[in-house]
Design a binder for this molecule. Structure first.
Ligand SMILES: C=C(O[C@@H]1C=C(C(=O)O)C=C[C@H]1O)C(=O)O
Length: 369
């Protein structure tokens, strides 16, 4: 039988020697890569104007990760290979100065998981109590970037985030999607029969509504400000449970009464990365704009026609009430392409001719991870 007996032992020790040799090479190669990244930072500093130079380049990172996925020979899945390289780049970048990334907290939220997925684990992630605080932290230069949720595949748009762009000067620099798995969690010593109250965030309750109705009908549901807060309470209060994700479960040492209880198996949340700089084209980009139109017949048609005639694919259009007047509206539009593309420029010029105001919220790489 393979793997047993003297031959198996010999083969194992050969393979371990081979792994040691490869690890030695990897060590040298990763170090060589890190020295290159360090030198890139020196060049950027020398070319800059003396003010805080920007080392992080979202479009370049997207290109590196896309290439890794395209050229991955296996057997590791491309997603996993990209995640490994994500961490290598994150460590290389942190050599210069670890970035500070503000996210919608507290610690243990899905937004923190999204921030670490996008930037890797070598950034300093800073929890904020509310979406507007994330924006303020970046606007006031206390953080390099911010991460906020913008839409969920089950529950729709997060209007608070959209509305921030009406007043904030920040740019969208990236997007990241996260599969959201919810669990019913309790402190390890609790009995299932003693649970009289379930805590969670309103979005998570909505994403697990059917499951809760059929399994925990009649048990009190209490909405709190985040999943992590729900987990904290479940840890402390006897007779309670929480709906939250893996990060919060781990953080508060909770056990799963039931795993992956979301009603839809493809439950996904999309997050935006906000920052102060424009992002150069990466080759596969998306653009977000905010348009306010005059309230007249055909306004929506006039807004959409230029995208159609330039064969630009719209990925989303949302309507929000305008802050300036009753029954006036602003449209949030996401479309494929970068604002530096000629077709995009031409379509936007046409929209601008008809609109009261068009604001470019950012062009950024399509999420890779
Ligand atoms: C090395 C660079 O700087 C940073 C580090 C990168 C990397 O490690 O590959 C990529 C982009 C930047 O965030 C660069 O601009 O090429």
């Amino acid at each position: 039988m393979a793997g047993s007996g003297k031959n198996g032992e010999e083969r194992l020790s050969q393979l371990r020697e081979e792994i040691d040799r490869i690890d030695g090479e990897l060590l040298q190669l990763i170090s060589a890569r890190a020295r290159c990244a360090q030198e890139v930072a020196e060049v950027k500093t020398a070319a800059g104007d003396g003010s805080d130079p920007v080392f992080y380049r979202p479009e370049r990172e997207a290109q590196v990760l896309r290439r890794i996925k395209a050229e991955n020979p296996g057997p590791l899945p491309s997603e996993e290979m990209a995640r490994l390289f994500r961490e290598v780049m994150s460590a290389c970048l942190a050599l210069e100065k670890p970035m500070r990334v503000a996210f919608l907290g507290p610690v243990g939220t899905f937004t923190q998981a999204a921030a670490l997925k996008h930037f890797g684990h070598f950034v300093n992630s800073a929890p904020m109590a509310a979406i507007d605080e994330v924006f303020r932290e970046v606007e006031s230069r206390q953080a390099h970037y911010g991460v906020v949720p913008v839409e969920n595949s089950t529950e729709g748009m997060i209007n608070h985030t959209l509305d921030m762009f009406m007043t904030s000067p920040l740019k969208i620099c990236g997007e990241v999607q996260l599969r959201i798995h919810h669990h019913l969690l309790t402190a390890p010593d609790r009995e299932e029969g003693t649970i009289a109250r379930i805590y969670s965030h309103q979005q998570s309750f909505a994403q697990c509504r059917k499951w809760l109705d059929s399994h925990w009908h009649g048990v009190e549901r209490v909405t709190v400000s985040s999943n992590a807060e729900a987990a904290r309470r479940a840890r402390e209060e006897p007779g309670t449970a929480a709906i939250a994700g893996d990060m919060a479960a781990e953080l508060y040492g909770l056990t799963k009464l039931a795993a992956t209880i979301e009603d839809r198996p493809d439950n996904t949340t999309r997050f935006l990365i906000v920052g102060r700089e424009d992002v150069a084209p990466s080759g596969k980009d998306k653009t977000s704009i905010l348009v306010s139109m005059r309230n007249k017949p055909g306004a929506l048609y006039q807004l959409l026609e230029p995208f159609h005639s330039h064969a630009i694919s719209l990925t989303r259009i949302e309507t929000r009430p305008s802050p300036t007047g009753t029954w006036a509206y602003v449209f949030y539009i996401d479309f494929e392409g970068h604002v530096e593309d000629e077709t995009v420029k031409s379509a936007l010029a046409q929209v601008e001719a008809e609109a009261v105001e068009v604001r470019h919220l950012g062009s950024y790489p399509l999420g890779v991870l």
